[in-house]
Write a protein that binds this ligand. Structure first.
Ligand SMILES: *Cc1c(COP(=O)(O)O)cnc(C)c1O
Length: 395
C-alpha cells in the first residue's frame, strides 16, 4: 500500500468548480495584482483570526522580510529565534543585515524554550545605560521570533512576559499554524499570529491553507505598521515613483487570493480532520504498546478547552533509530520527511555566526531523531493503520 506524506488531490476535486469559476472571473477582469480579491481575503482573514489588520504578500518568506524592513531591523541589530525551523525564519534576518541569535528548543514540543530564552537573556546579554538589551557583541536586540512549528503554538505567556520585561517586539512565524489556538493569561483565547505585535503566514501549497503557488500574509495590531507594510510591499513607494524608504515587490496576486478566498471557509474542517487523524495515530500506537518506544507529538494545550489546540500541520514522532525506521517505511512505500535534518546554527551559510556543534543540544538531538509521518485531512484510517503496523514491525 502506497501512503504519500501529503495528498491534496481529493480536496481539490471537491472544490475544483468554485475555484475554477473564481480564476475565470479574475482572468475576465484582467486585474491581477492587489485588487478586490486581495482586499476581500485580507478582510476575511481579519475576521477569522480576530486580527485588526492584514496585509497580503507574495510568500511567507516575504511576510517575514517585509516585517523586518517595516520595523527597520537591520545592521547592528540582533533578533532572538530558534534554529529548529525552516530556513526562512533566520534567512530573512541575515538578508536585512541583522544577526540571528539562536536559543535552544524544548525537547517535547520542539519550540523555542522559554527557560533557555530566559537563561540566554540573563547570562549572555547586557542592558546598556538606556536600558536597551544588547548581545555579547554589543548588538541591539530588537525582537523575538517564536515559530509555531508543526501547527502548535509556542508557550506565548512565558515569551510575552520576557518580551515585556526586555522591551522586545514579538514577531510570530505562524507559517505552519494558521488557526492554531492558545489560551493567553492576559488576552484570553488567541490564534497564532495575533499574540505578538505582528504575525507572518505562508500559503505555500502544502501548508494547511495552501494557494496554487506562492502567497503569504502579515497581520498586526498597529494601524501605523499595517500602513507601512502596504508601502513596503510596493518598493516603499508612496506616492507613485517616490520612495522614502526601501521596500520590495512583495505583492499578492489576485488569482492566489481568489483561490484562498474559496478555501478559507474549509480550513477549520480540514484542521479538525487532521486532528482526528492524529487522535487515531495515538490510539493505534497506544493499542500496539509502542508509546514507550516512540515519542508521539506533545499536546500541551489539549485540556485547556481549545478547539484548535493543535492543527497538525505535521505529525512528528521521535525515535533514536530515525534513519533506519525511515528506510524501513520507504521500502514499504510509506513516505516520510525529516523537518529538519540540520539546525540553522549548523548551516554552512551561517558559519560566519560562529556557532558550533554542541551549542544547541536539544535542537541537534531533535534534528537527528524526528520523523514526520503522513498526515492530511483525507488520509484513510486504513492507510494510518498500515503506517503504525509497519512501524510496529520495525520495532
Ligand atoms: C513555509 C515556512 C516559511 C516560508 O513560507 P514560504 O511561503 O514558503 O516563503 C517560513 N517559516 C516557516 C516556519 C515555514 O514553515
Amino acid at each position: 500500500m502506497r501512503v504519500p506524506l501529503l495528498d491534496l488531490s481529493e480536496q481539490y476535486r471537491a472544490l475544483a468548480a468554485p475555484i475554477r469559476a473564481e480564476i475565470d472571473a479574475v482572468l475576465a477582469s484582467q486585474r491581477f495584482i492587489l485588487g478586490p480579491q486581495v482586499e476581500a481575503f485580507e478582510k476575511a482573514i481579519c475576521r477569522y483570526l480576530h486580527a485588526p489588520h492584514a496585509v497580503g504578500v507574495s510568500s511567507g518568506t516575504d511576510a517575514l522580510l517585509a516585517v523586518l524592513m517595516a520595523l527597520e531591523i537591520g545592521p547592528g541589530d540582533a533578533v532572538i529565534t530558534t534554529a529548529y525551523s525552516f530556513f526562512a525564519t533566520a534567512g530573512c534576518l541575515a538578508r536585512v543585515g541583522a544577526t540571528p541569535l539562536f536559543v535552544d528548543v524544548d525537547p517535547k514540543t520542539f519550540k523555542l524554550s522559554p527557560t533557555a530564552l530566559e537563561w540566554y537573556i540573563d547570562n549572555r546579554c547586557k542592558r546598556d545605560s538606556h536600558g536597551q538589551l544588547r548581545d555579547s557583541a554589543g548588538r541591539r536586540i530588537r525582537a523575538i521570533i517564536p515559530v509555531h512549528l508543526f501547527g502548535l503554538c509556542c508557550e506565548m505567556d512565558a515569551i510575552h512576559a520576557i518580551s515585556e520585561r526586555c522591551n522586545l517586539e514579538v514577531i510570530e512565524d505562524a507559517a505552519q499554524a494558521i488557526g492554531a489556538e492558545y489560551l493567553t493569561a492576559h488576552m484570553g483565547l488567541r490564534k497564532a499570529g495575533t499574540m505578538g505585535e505582528v504575525g507572518c503566514f505562508s500559503f505555500y501549497p502544502s501548508k494547511n491553507l495552501g494557494a496554487a503557488g506562492d502567497a503569504g500574509l502579515v497581520v498586526c495590531r498597529s494601524e501605523e505598521l499595517a500602513k507601512r507594510l502596504r508601502v513596503v510591499r510596493q518598493h516603499g513607494m508612496e506616492p507613485r515613483y517616490y520612495h522614502d524608504f526601501i521596500g520590495g515587490n512583495f505583492r499578492l496576486d489576485e488569482i492566489q487570493a481568489a483561490i484562498l478566498n474559496v478555501k478559507l471557509a474549509y480550513l477549520d474542517t480540514w484542521s479538525a480532520a487532521r486532528r482526528a487523524a492524529a487522535d487515531f495515530y495515538r490510539e493505534e500506537f497506544t493499542r500496539r504498546g509502542l508509546t514507550n518506544r516512540i515519542a508521539l507529538p506533545a499536546e500541551p494545550y489539549r485540556e485547556r478547552g481549545l478547539t484548535n489546540h493543535h492543527i497538525y500541520h505535521q505529525y512528528v514522532i521521535r525515535t533514536d533509530r530515525r534513519d533506519e525506521l525511515r528506510d524501513h517505511l520507504a521500502k514499504r512505500e510509506i513516505e516520510t520527511a525529516v523537518y529538519y535534518p540540520l539546525g540553522l546554527h549548523e548551516q554552512k551559510c551561517f558559519s560566519y555566526l560562529g556557532y558550533k556543534k554542541g551549542d544547541l543540544p536539544e535542537t541537534e538531538r531533535a534534528a537527528g531523531e524526528t520523523l514526520a509521518l503522513p498526515i492530511y485531512p483525507e488520509i484513510s484510517r486504513e492507510a494510518q493503520r498500515y503506517v503504525v503496523e509497519t512501524i510496529a514491525e520495525f520495532i
